[in-house]
Design a protein around this ligand. Structure first.
Ligand code: NAD
Ligand code: UDX
Length: 463
C-alpha cells in the first residue's frame, strides 16, 4: 500500500519548504505540518501568503497552490501523528548549551520528545523518518523509545537527511542532486525504504535516489556539511595569505576551481560562513569523534571552525585598524545581516559576531537588510549576552532605507551578498558619507575599481 498521509513535526526552515514541495508534487498525499509554536503555524496559515514565516524565493507560490488542498499547517500534533502513515521528524537539533557535551554535542531533547509523543499517540503502524540532522546512531535510540513505550504497534525508522540550502530551498527540493534514504537491512526495513522512495519518485529520477543503511545515511549528512564548510575555511585561509602577498583570492579560486578534481563551487572567500548548520554539525562531528577516542579526527575538523572564527574576528579588527585604530562613537553601516542572500534567517550569521566585536570598541552601528527585522537583530545580539539589552538597543539601529543607513557613516561593511547592493547609486552614498569614506566588502560583491573611482577607500577579502 502506498503512502497517502504524511505528518511532519516541525514547521521550520526545513519542515515547511520540504513538505510544501512534497504536497505540490504528490497531490494524492495529504501532508500535515505540525508545530508547537502557535505563532509560526498562524503565519504559515496567514491568508496573505507573503507573510509565511520562511522567506525563500518561489516558496509562497507553492504554498499558495497546495495549502488547504493537500497541505495543512496545524498545532494539533497528536491528531496529525495518529492519522499519518509516515511521520517526518524535522525539529531543531541545536548545539547543547548545558551539561555533558555543552557547546559541542547536538541537543536531542526535541527529538526524544517527538519519539515519546509518537509512541504515546500511535495506534497504527508508522514509518518514522529522521529529517532533522542527527548524530550517527540516533535511529537506535529512537527505535528503543518507540518500541519500549509504544502501544504495541510496529515502527520502522528511516534516515532521510535534507540537503537543501537556504535561499535556494525550493530549487534544491525540486531538483535535488540526490535524495538519501537509509533504513534497516531486514525485509521490513527494505519495505519501508521502498515506500519513501515511491514518494520521491513522483519527481526525482530513480538514479538520484540513493538508499543505504541507517548509519551511513546519518553520517553522510554531517560529513557533507563538514566538507562544504571545510572548502569555505580553506579558501578563507588562503584569502589572508593573499592579502599579505599581492595574490588575489578570486583569481586563485578561479584557477584552482577549473581543475575538475577540485571544482568551482564553495570557493568564495567571505567574512566567514554562518547559518544554522555548518558550525553545529561540525561541532557535533568533533564531539562524536572525541567520544570514540579519535582525537586526531576531532582536531582535524575542529580547525574548520577555528579558521571561521578567525575570519570573522579579523574582519572586525581590520575595520578598527583601518579607521585609525578607533571606532569609538563612529557610525559604521552594515549592509546585510542575514547569513547569506535570499533568506531571512540570521542564525550564526557572521554579521552578529562582527557587530559584537565592533560594539566592544564602542562603535555606533546602523544596519540595513532587506529581509531581517529590527527585532531579530536585537534578539541576535542579546542572545550573546555580551552586554545589557538596553546597551545593545542604544548602540545599534536598524534602518528601512539603505541610503539613510549610510548617511554620515565613516564606513560601510558588506556582510551579506544581496544582489540589490550591487545596483545602488554608490555615488549618492559616497556623497552623503563622512570622508574618507571606507567600504569593507566582506563578500567581494562590488566592483573594486568602480568603487575606488568614486573615491571610496575600498577593501575586499583576499586582495
Ligand atoms: P527550525 O528551528 O527552523 O524549525 C524547527 C521547528 O520544530 C520549530 O518551529 C520548533 O517549534 C519545532 N519543534 C521543536 N520541537 C517540537 C515538538 N516536540 N513538537 C512540534 N514542534 C516542535 O529548524 P530547521 O532549520 O528547520 O532545522 C530542522 C532540522 O533540519 C535540524 O536538525 C537541522 O540541522 C536540519 N537541517 C536544516 C537545514 C537548514 O538549512 N536550516 C538544512 C538541512 C537540515
Ligand atoms: C548548508 C548546506 O549547503 C546544505 O546542503 C545543508 O542542507 C544545510 O547547510 P546553508 O547553510 O543553508 O546550507 O547555506 P550554504 O549555501 O551552504 O552557505 C553556508 C554559509 O557559507 C553562508 O554563510 C555562505 O555565505 C557561506 N559560503 C558559502 C561562503 O562564504 N562561501 C562559499 O563559497 C559558499
Amino acid at each position: 500500500m502506498s503512502i497517502t498521509s504524511i505528518c511532519c513535526i516541525g514547521a521550520g526552515y526545513v519542515g515547511g519548504p520540504t513538505m510544501a514541495v512534497i504536497a505540490h508534487k504528490c497531490p494524492h498525499i495529504k501532508v500535515t505540518v505540525v508545530d508547537l509554536n502557535e505563532e509560526r503555524i498562524a503565519r504559515w496559515n496567514d491568508p496573505n501568503v507573503e507573510n509565511i514565516p520562511v522567506y525563500e524565493p518561489g516558496l509562497s507560490e507553492i504554498v499558495a497552490q497546495a495549502r488547504g488542498k493537500n497541505l495543512f499547517f496545524s498545532t494539533q500534533v497528536d491528531e496529525a501523528i495518529d492519522e499519518a502513515q509516515m511521520i517526518f521528524i524535522s525539529v531543531n537539533t541545536p548545539t547543547k548549551t548545558y551539561g555533558a557535551g555543552k557547546g559541542m554535542a547536538a541537543d536531542l531533547k526535541y527529538i526524544e520528545l517527538c519519539a515519546r509523543q509518537i509512541a504515546r499517540v500511535a495506534t497504527t503502524d508508522k514509518i518514522v523518518v529522521e529529517k532533522s540532522t542527527l548524530p550517527v546512531r540516533t535511529a537506535e535510540a529512537i527505535k528503543n523509545i518507540l518500541d519500549n513505550t509504544g502501544n504495541g504497534v510496529q515502527f520502522q525508522i528511516l534516515s532521510n537527511p535534507e540537503f537543501l540550502a537556504e535561499g535556494t530551498a525550493v530549487e534544491d527540493l525540486l531538483a535535488p542532486d540526490r535524495v538519501l534514504i537509509g533504513g534497516g537491512t531486514d525485509e521490513a526495513g527494505q519495505i519501508a525504504i521502498k515506500k519513501l522512495v515511491e514518494v520521491y519518485a513522483n519527481w526525482v529520477p530513480s538514479h538520484q535516489i540513493l538508499t543505504t543503511n541507517l548509519w551511513s545515511s546519518e553520517l553522510s549528512k554531517l560529513t557533507a556539511n563538514a566538507f562544504l564548510a571545510q572548502r569555505v575555511s580553506s579558501i578563507n585561509a588562503i584569502s589572508e595569505l593573499c592579502e599579505k602577498t599581492g595574490a588575489n583570492v578570486n583569481e586563485v579560486a578561479k584557477a584552482i576551481g577549473m581543475d575538475s578534481r577540485i571544482g568551482p563551487k564553495f570557493l568564495k572567500a567571505s567574512v566567514g560562513f554562518g547559518g544554522s548548520c555548518f558550525q553545529k554539525d561540525i561541532l557535533n562531528l568533533v564531539y562524536i569523534a572525541k567520544s570514540f577516542g579519535l582525537q586526531e579526527v576531532a582536531d582535524y575538523w575542529e580547525q574548520v571552525i577555528i579558521m571561521n572564527d578567525h575570519q570573522k574576528n579579523r574582519f572586525a579588527r581590520k575595520i578598527v585598524s583601518t579607521l585609525y585604530n578607533t571606532v569609538s562613537g563612529k557610525k559604521i553601516t552594515f549592509l546585510g545581516w542575514a547569513f547569506k542572500k535570499d533568506t531571512n534567517d540570521t542564525r550564526e550569521s557572521a554579521a552578529i559576531y562582527v557587530a559584537d566585536d565592533l560594539l566592544n570598541e564602542q562603535a555606533q552601528i546602523a544596519v540595513y537588510d532587506p529581509k531581517v527585522s529590527a527585532r531579530q537583530i536585537q534578539s541576535d545580539l542579546n542572545y550573546l549576552e555580551t552586554r545589557l539589552p538596553e546597551e545593545n538597543d542604544k548602540a545599534i539601529e536598524s534602518c528601512n532605507d539603505p541610503y539613510e543607513a549610510c548617511k554620515n557613516a565613516h564606513a560601510i561593511a558588506i556582510l551579506t551578498e544581496w544582489d540589490e547592493f550591487k545596483s545602488y547609486d554608490w555615488q549618492r552614498i559616497y556623497d552623503a558619507m563622512l570622508k574618507p569614506a571606507f567600504v569593507f566588502d566582506g563578500r567581494n560583491l562590488l566592483d573594486a575599481d568602480k568603487m575606488k573611482e568614486i573615491g571610496f577607500l575600498y577593501q575586499g577579502i583576499g586582495s
